[in-house]
Design a binder for this molecule. Sequence first.
Ligand code: HEC
Ligand code: HEC
Ligand code: HEC
Ligand code: HEC
Length: 149
Amino acid sequence: MPPQLKTLIPLFAIFIFLFLLGRYLLVPESFGEQGHYRFNSVAENKDLSLQYAGRDACAECHDDKALEMESDMHAGLSCEICHGPGMVHYDNPKAGQLIIPDQREHCGLCHATNLTRVDKIAQVDLADHNPDQKCIECHNPHLPWEIAE
Ligand code: HEC
Ligand code: HEC
Ligand code: HEC
Ligand code: HEC
């Protein structure tokens, strides 16, 4: 046996041992059970509680609002994009507090001038477009073209 191997063989043995030890300690329990991923994550995600109820669920009780929305430019929006996650409110309307987004900045999230979306969504300059009033004093948020006098 060439003399170099006398040192290399034990070194390789140590490397292989460390590799197996590392793999034993680091690979998560259910990895590889069903494929190249941690199978437990499926169960963990399944157990998360739902946050969003969806627009059809809101319409079960607020069909007036849902109908209004369908008739105008906000028809494509979900209720919860403005009012926040509504599953708790859906289960118990008295307990679930929803957001009432009446501030100018909220409408500005989609409508404040931003060059990347200027040909997609109508844009206004918040500093210039009736700056002293809330948007909803004039625009009905569910029927944005119903302008209050
Ligand atoms: C089971 C019937 C029911 C469903 C479903 C329902 N709501 Fe309501 N909602 C109510 C009732 C009742 C009130 C009035 C509660 C109160 O006055 O305490 C209310 C109030 C509200 C309010 C006003 C809250 C306030 O503080 O003034 C908003 C906004 C609202 N709902 C939005 C939604 C949205 C968005 C959804 C869908 C995720 C939804 N609701 C689903 C029954 C329902
Ligand atoms: C563009 C944002 C936006 C969207 C989308 C939206 N809302 Fe609203 N909603 C508001 C704002 C702002 C108010 C407060 C209006 C006010 O105080 O005059 C409000 C008020 C309400 C109220 C309580 C006040 C009232 O007039 O009785 C209910 C209930 C409600 N929304 C339900 C809904 C439902 C159901 C949907 C989906 C079909 C929806 N909203 C979609 C912004 C929105
Ligand atoms: C989540 C994004 C979003 C929010 C928040 C939002 N809007 Fe809109 N809005 C839209 C989209 C999308 C349209 C339809 C596309 C367009 O602008 O032509 C629209 C259309 C409109 C229009 C009609 C524009 C036109 O082209 O004729 C008005 C007016 C309007 N919104 C006012 C408001 C007001 C006031 C608020 C706040 C209460 C608000 N919007 C909040 C997304 C939003
Ligand atoms: C004093 C009443 C009033 C207030 C407050 C107001 N608007 Fe308007 N808005 C109008 C009128 C009237 C028009 C149509 C004429 C025009 O374009 O100025 C309009 C037009 C728009 C349009 C369409 C612009 C276009 O190019 O088609 C959007 C989007 C809009 N408003 C969003 C908003 C938002 C967002 C706010 C709050 C930050 C707001 N408005 C506050 C009265 C108002």
